[in-house]
Design a binder for this molecule. Structure first.
Ligand code: LP5
Ligand code: MN
Length: 246
């Protein structure tokens, strides 16, 4: 699909996991330049503790590669995930990514489409939603960002460990989307024209689902993670399809 819009999420890029990093560099050389736009729907980075982390060569190199893609004329967008919600204006400037709020509505080749990371749909995961409310609070973020970089990195590491422990005790179904939460988001976006497509990541369960809302069908695409191989959704005027990027 030339001139398609591409969607990726959940790459969780970190110097500690080289495979997705290699895949991503190849993706932005081989696939993305043929697209009209690339949307990154969160969890692009393993953990982001503030834009001053851009001083690290690993992130500077990523930013340079993205910037060069944007200079080739590909429109770049970023919507935050639960790992990288602290991405800010310096990251945006360095990469050429335009920051979008979560959720964001776009007109995708005539199709009213809702983009979101997807974690807000996981309302059965009550412990996570409580945690989310806390860390998305602007006052909490201001306080966190005022701490020295090394301290923030240490906190993020501790939090990652707690998250892995917590997940080990959660039933898989709890960490999937809740149908009522999807309906609630569709209802809050009920302004004309009605949403006909949702694209999100987070659950790492790539698929196409169909919902019915107010008598209309709504297709919901779930993006894959990049742990063992890459993958993306490509959409054009004829529709969308998921592709692997091995
Ligand atoms: O991320 P993943 O896939 O492992 O699991 C998510 C939910 N976990 C998270 C936490 C992140 O992994 C932590 C990394 C954040 C990096 C950003 C750094 C900037 C802020 C740093 C703040 C110190 O999002 C997980 C879900 C899962 O998705 C599936 O949906 O289940 O949720 C949890 O595991 C949350 C636990 O259930 C509750 C954690 C309580 C921790 C409370 C500590 C609060 C005080 C913070 C200070 C350390
Ligand atoms: Mn996520």
């Amino acid at each position: 699909m030339t001139d398609a819009a591409l969607f990726i999420s959940d790459l969780h890029l970190t110097p500690e996991r080289p495979l997705p990093v290699r895949l991503f560099y190849r993706f932005i050389q081989e696939v993305a330049p043929h697209a009209q736009a690339l949307y990154v729907l969160g969890d692009f980075l393993e953990a982001w503790v503030g834009d001053d982390a851009l001083l690290e060569p690993f992130y500077r190199d990523l930013a340079t590669a993205l910037k060069s893609l944007s200079e080739q004329g590909v429109l770049l967008f970023f919507l935050p995930g639960n790992r990288d919600f602290l991405v800010g204006p310096s990251f945006s400037n360095a990469t050429g990514l335009t920051l979008l709020p979560d959720p964001s509505r776009i007109d995708l080749f005539g199709m009213p489409t809702l983009l979101t990371h997807g974690d807000q749909f996981c309302t059965d995961d009550v412990a996570y939603q409580d945690f989310r409310r806390q860390v998305r609070d602007p006052a909490w973020q201001q306080h966190f960002l005022a701490q020295p970089l090394q301290q923030r990195l240490a906190l993020a590491k501790a939090l990652r460990e707690r998250s892995e422990h917590a997940k080990a005790d959660k039933k898989p179904a709890i960490m999937d989307v809740n149908g009522e939460a999807i309906r609630a988001m569709l209802a809050s976006e009920a302004l004309n024209p009605p949403i006909r497509r949702i694209i999100h990541g987070h659950t790492h369960r790539p698929a196409r689902h169909e919902h019915e809302f107010n008598g209309l069908s709504v297709e919901r695409w779930v993006l894959p993670d990049w742990y063992e191989s890459g993958g993306y959704l490509a959409c054009d005027a004829d529709g969308c399809r998921l592709s692997d990027f091995p």
